[in-house]
Design a protein. Structure first.
Length: 189
């Protein structure tokens, strides 16, 4: 995705055709971010439109020395976090565990991962509780540290670590169940 500075300037000047062109050029990239953080495609599109509006209305704050793709990604992630906070779904799932320490048992590799495709992985991630899903995506997909995640979600670092490991455990269980299902399918063929 290559965005010309002229297109950005036209959008700053509120040229509707330029805004539409920018929307078309960035849609698939922004949608891929939104789909990771939401439970369904309709909600992803809704948040994408909210985020795109923030992008367009804040374009004058964009500094050309920063890659445009990185800048819009940051705006979209912030939008997703804000929308997540508004929904307040995660408050039912937040557990405060301040004295949590990571252990090696959470880092074990499951062989089932080699037998599933990307679509299955996304479906497993979508089954996680909202707060754990968001921490998982921020940590593993977007590369944020627990301190950054804690600040963004307004939770403690310990809670962020708890959600990450809770997500790992739930994903590991789903992978095991998937592996057992595949084994059952082989025996019943």
């Amino acid at each position: 995705m290559e965005i010309q500075q002229k297109l950005i300037s036209d959008c700053i000047n509120r040229d509707r055709r330029a805004e539409y062109e920018l929307y078309k050029l960035t849609f698939s990239y922004l949608m891929s971010i939104c789909i990771r953080y939401t439970k369904n495609e309709d909600r992803a599109k809704e948040v994408l439109n909210i985020g795109f509006l923030r992008i367009v209305t804040n374009l004058e704050k964009y500094k050309p020395e920063v890659p445009f793709k990185a800048w819009i990604r940051r705006v979209m992630i912030n939008t997703l976090i804000n929308e997540f906070k508004k929904e307040k779904i995660h408050y039912d799932n937040v557990h405060y565990v301040e004295d949590y320490y990571e252990t090696d048992k959470y880092a074990s590799i499951n062989d089932a991962i080699t037998k599933i495709d990307v679509e299955q992985i996304y479906s497993f991630i979508a089954k996680l509780p909202p707060a754990s899903q968001q921490v998982f995506n921020l940590y593993f997909v977007d590369g944020y540290k627990h301190k950054e995640i804690a600040e963004m979600l307004e939770i403690s670092e310990g809670t962020s670590k708890w959600h990450l490991n809770s997500a790992r455990e739930k994903l590991k269980d789903l992978l095991k169940k998937n592996d057992i299902h595949e084994i059952n399918m082989i025996y019943h063929e």
